[in-house]
Design a protein around this ligand. Structure first.
Ligand SMILES: [Fe+2]
Length: 335
């Protein structure tokens, strides 16, 4: 516990310090004008609400509209987990795949691969014998599908040739602190340990792209109701710091966030506002930020060899937050 507190103390966020140290300032023109010559990726999480899909529909329509307006042809979509709340009684043939995936995020706008990671709601039985995790991995094995998840944890490059981003996609459904019952389950302790060893080994490999990205459904740090994640702080955060991981992208909290910590190389981004019910933030951005907002929306990552711009886009089309990060780690708030 002492080391946890020490680390938390060291991580004590100081936006004022960060602002002074890295020259944060507002550059609204850059925030609103994507560069069509750059490489683009859209991220969205927590969209698979089963009782009311109005929020998902509004957000997905804006993703299509945004890509069209800015003439962006995304390399990929990144789905940050909780893709399927509730039962999927017909498995890969369930109508929800057409309604809530294929039609919401159409191949006409998003022809590239759609990379998926598992959220806690994906870790549920359907409630038949087959789990939703097995169903999603099966959907990805179908010939010609855009849905891409070869394993519970895996890596990929964006773009696939001459990559700008190397992405390590993880399964954050750790055993600690999660309810398990007849419906809900998690990784086993053995799987969790195996993944952690694999992650450490992956991060030891030489860099293969200017930017290194880690994905996990659960935020490590969050201003939302789920808060900071003690297990991920203990197991993953030291590795992100040691290996200068540029971005950690998560969902789980149904909001849009961007957190920076003094002296930490990683920008922590939450994009879990794709459709499920929104919840109040627990910590305002004035206390820990620079940004946290309870709003439906998605995120747009624009990459060039020396800079990434990350924009949070609300479902009504507003750019609610944007920042850039250079390959040397300098963060600038753009809006
Ligand atoms: Fe979740």
């Amino acid at each position: 516990m002492a080391s946890f507190l020490d680390r938390r103390s060291f991580l004590k966020q100081s936006f004022a310090f960060s602002a002074l140290a890295s020259g944060f300032h507002t550059l609204p023109a850059l925030a609103s004008a994507p560069d069509p010559a750059a490489r683009h990726v859209l991220l969205v999480g927590d969209w698979g609400w089963d009782s009311n899909i109005a929020g998902q529909a509004r957000t997905a329509e804006q993703m299509v509209s945004y890509a069209g307006t800015h003439q962006i042809r995304p390399e990929a979509l990144l789905m940050l987990g909780d893709s399927w709340y509730g039962p999927m009684p017909h498995g890969i043939h369930d109508l929800r795949w057409k309604v809530q995936f294929e039609d919401m995020y159409p191949a006409s706008a998003f022809p590239g691969p759609v990379y998926s990671i598992m959220g806690n709601h994906d870790y549920q039985r359907m409630p038949e014998d087959v789990t939703k995790t097995e169903m999603e991995l099966s959907y990805a094995r179908q010939p010609g599908t855009r849905w891409t998840q070869p394993a519970l944890w895996y890596t990929f490059d964006l773009p696939q040739a001459n990559p700008l981003l190397h992405v390590i996609a993880l399964d954050s459904n750790t055993t600690q602190g999660h309810e398990t019952n007849a419906v809900d389950f998690t990784l086993t302790p053995a799987q969790q340990a195996t993944q952690l060893s694999w992650l450490a080994a992956e991060l030891e490999k030489p860099r293969r792209a200017p930017f290194l990205v880690v994905l996990g459904h659960h935020p490590i740090f969050s201003n939302g109701p789920h808060g900071d994640h003690k297990t991920l702080i203990a197991e993953w955060e030291p590795l992100l710091r040691k290996h200068n991981v540029d971005f950690y992208f998560a969902g789980h909290d149904h909001d849009l966030q961007h957190l920076e910590f003094e002296g930490h190389p990683t920008s922590f981004v939450c994009s879990g506002a794709g459709g499920a019910d929104l919840y109040d933030l627990k910590i305002p951005e004035s206390k820990r930020g620079p940004f946290a907002e309870k709003v439906y929306g998605f995120s747009h990552l624009e990459a060039t060899p020396d800079k990434v711009i990350l924009r949070h886009i609300a479902a009504d089309g507003r750019v609610v937050h944007a920042f850039s990060k250079t390959s040397k780690g300098a963060v600038t708030i753009l809006s």
